[in-house]
Design a binder for this molecule. Sequence first.
Ligand SMILES: [Zn+2]
Ligand SMILES: [Zn+2]
Length: 469
Amino acid sequence: MLAAPSVPVDPGRPQTAAPRRSGPAAPPPDLLAPHLPQEPGPADAPASASTGAGAIAAAPAQPVPAGGPISAQCPACSLHPLVPVHLRQDAKTGRWRQLAPSDPPGPGVLTLDTCPVCFGVWLDQGEIDALGDADIDPAFLKTMVGRSAGRMCPRGHGFMNEHLLPGMLKTPVDRCPRCRGMWLDGDERHALARSTTKEGQEDDSVRLAKRGLIWAAQILTQLPIEVDNPDRGTPWAVYGLSALLVVAYVMSVLGVVYARTFALIAGRVAVDPVHAYTVFTHAFFHADWFHLLGNLYFLYVFGDNVEHVYGRRRFLLLYFGAGLFGGVLQLLLTRALTVPVVGASGAIAGVCGAYLVIFPRARLLQTIPFVFVQVKIPAWVYLCVWLGFQALMAVFSDAIQFAWFSHIGGFLFGMAITPLVLRSVVREVGERVRVKSAAAIFGKIPRRRGPPIVVAKAGASGTRPTASP
Ligand SMILES: [Zn+2]
Ligand SMILES: [Zn+2]
């Protein structure tokens, strides 16, 4: 398509800095009209249908969204290009179901563009109409107060405006003033879903929004986008590391290798520095199955998301770097000079630290021990409690055989390098797409990252992963 960067670079004039575009991707003139109320006449449909490139087929008599496929960086998190998700309406139930990647997009298939990292979704105006089977209610739009969102329209129209939805959302939604497409953050989708339940609709301010966007939101609550993700990829680094840990453990159990040789014993290193290699090698061995499985579980839960954002090579650097850094800190600070320390906990704590920086608002499903009540906890609460627990135990506990300092060191290592990694991820993703995000243009790390990734989790909180001697 267009080779030239199609994004404005002048922050001083955000509202008028829409790039010049031409060709089939340009929206039809009727969508560019400055006034909001718009009558979707039958004459609109054939004109815009020719621009849809067959990818999007809306309900009959609805204007087809303009522009065809999107090549844009996620305007919210900037950590991934937007990925198309194909939906088809079930004729019997009226529900929208996600097609498998193998299913060819055909008639009656609606394509939404979503971010597989933050789970936000972009809705072209025609897509909102198709999902809600009506035009946006002008009365509803009057309740919105617009201001610049600092986010780019994925269609390349420059900055979007923020709109408030009083009584429904604490955070504003973003809307392009030119193509009238709408961006919903992942957590905004969930908040809208909550506020559009039967009880919520009895509220006056919510009743105002009965039509238009809210229909889209109701439909979105049925979308399995956040469950079946199109472009997450297989976390090969996580699988490979897991296999490595299992093999190392089995070999130590079988006596093929003697784990104590590779264990970190602070006193031994102090006496003979030749054993300094153990600050690295101790991370490959485990004391018992329980210890190993606990670590593997945490590696899997947090690791796949982090690997997805980091990329495989950088993820391996994070993992081994955190293991090494945790080992060094353990060596320098531990009081247990004669206790052999093994376990990948420090390396995995580094993955947790990275997760905290990338997904602070991700909600984790946690079963409270002994009470057996399931609660949703933001990742930052969960991980900060975990870190605080480690720090308290490191300073005050008599259980000096645990590798508290290794956990803390690995965790801090992951937290420290993640902003640097995110910066280059944002830049690299920006180079792969036609429409860069604002963060890529201005070289920043985006704010407001909150993917509603819900991770099933059970068992004791705040005590894992731990390393036992
Ligand atoms: Zn995103
Ligand atoms: Zn736009």
